[in-house]
Design a protein around this ligand. Structure first.
Ligand code: ZN
Length: 396
């Protein structure tokens, strides 16, 4: 059984009996996503327009940058150099204090052949690298220097799925910056002090998820609904701020459920990371506990009389090595315009017996239809085809 099958979930099962049920595939069966891209797709945006996670993270953390800036997620890491390259001992240097990071960061801001590099601290050993240039075009089509799965060597940054010269040039500048930074950090007195004390060094900046900000249509323009996201992470704040959703943070999930019921937005997105976090600990019974707690906490939602959807942004396995996985996730929707099928319980197997098959990109369309907002496909109301009736007047 999956943890969701095994858990006792009377409230979710009650909802399932009144719902249309099925499975949703965030992108493609077998492709595992992070929360950021999974939400971007759920909210009706195309994969090809995704600005990449560094941008979303930076927006969520209120880092100041503009559309000319190339931004990379980064972390202070500890590497040891051998004949083959920089072997990563620790992807996130343990125990670096904010004071130490501030001084390390001050030492690495520099210019490499017309590319200006600036580092901004985020939290713990994490930071952002911002690249600007008047002389060169910057490309965000770049591979990561952070291999993510350790133990491995630092990877050379390369153009990613492009032959554009500006990507080669940007990658080259970043590689030079990374090597230069390693030299500066290795001889920095903070690291020399740490070495004497036997502490891990912060002698490399590992980069990943390069992106550039581009303007996107607001959630309202894209979906015809005013939206609120009730969440508990800077990443989801970043997603919300990027597309103009109202973001509300919460302390406890009970409180979040109350906030959702009190919210007067057309679309309210209530998110909890609890099952995901439990899965990351690779303990199925911890996940069962998280699910059972949610089942109790959502009880007040059963009285909601609008369209109520329960699903997940991605699958998180609680065994094996994978962080997230590419299975479809269970989905159910209860509302007055929704068919009711014969599924009696909310979990992967029972929902698999239901009639719905959605992808992340059909999620909003499903909602527009199920809330009676849809419009005929062939109507051309505005510059772009849309699946919802226009609520704004385009005057001649
Ligand atoms: Zn996760």
């Amino acid at each position: 059984m999956t943890p969701l099958e095994y858990a006792s979930t009377p409230n979710l099962d009650e909802l399932a009996k009144m719902s249309a049920c099925g499975l949703m595939t965030p992108l493609q069966e077998g492709v595992s996503l992070g929360t950021d891209l999974a939400h971007y797709l759920l909210f009706g945006y195309a994969l090809e327009t995704y600005p990449n996670r560094a941008v979303i993270d930076a927006i969520g953390e209120a880092i100041k940058f503009d559309e000319k800036t190339l931004i990379l997620r980064a972390s202070f890491a500890y590497v040891e150099e051998d004949d083959l390259g920089y072997m990563i001992q620790s992807r996130f240097t343990d125990g670096l204090t904010d004071v130490e990071i501030k001084q390390l960061i001050e030492s690495i801001d520099c210019e490499v052949n017309g590319y200006r590099f600036r580092c901004v601290h985020s939290y713990d050993s994490h930071c952002f690298v911002l690249v600007e240039s008047e002389a060169h075009a910057l490309s965000s089509a770049l591979s990561d220097s952070d291999p993510f799965y350790a133990p491995q060597y630092v990877m050379r940054v390369e153009p990613f799925e492009t032959e554009l010269d500006e990507a080669y040039q940007t990658a080259k500048a970043i590689n030079t910056f990374l090597k230069r930074t390693h030299g500066v950090l290795s001889s920095h007195r903070i690291n020399l002090n740490r070495q004497t004390r036997g502490h891990e060094l912060g002698n490399f900046i590992l980069t990943k998820w390069a992106g550039k900000w581009t303007k996107c249509p607001t959630f309202f323009e894209q979906n015809g609904m005013r939206g609120t996201l009730i969440g508990k992470s800077k990443l989801l704040k970043g997603v919300s701020d990027y597309m103009g959703l109202t973001y509300q943070g919460y302390e406890t999930f009970e409180q979040a459920v109350e906030m959702a019921l009190a919210c007067d937005s057309d679309y309210v997105h209530l998110h909890t990371k609890a099952p995901d976090e439990a899965s990351h600990k690779k303990d199925p019974f911890l996940k069962v506990k998280a699910i059972e707690a949610i089942d109790k906490q959502i009880k007040p939602l059963l009285g909601f009389d609008g369209l109520l959807v329960v699903t997940a942004d991605h699958s998180t396995p609680c065994s094996g090595e994978m962080i997230h996985s590419g299975e479809s996730v269970p989905f159910m929707a209860r509302g007055k315009y929704v068919r009711r099928d014969r599924v009696r319980a909310f979990n992967e197997m029972d929902c698999g017996q239901g009639g719905l098959r959605l992808t992340g990109s059909s999620f909003m369309k499903y909602i527009q239809n199920a809330t009676d907002r849809g419009q005929l496909y062939h109507l051309r109301t505005g510059r772009k085809r849309r699946n919802f009736r226009s609520v704004e007047v385009n005057r001649p």
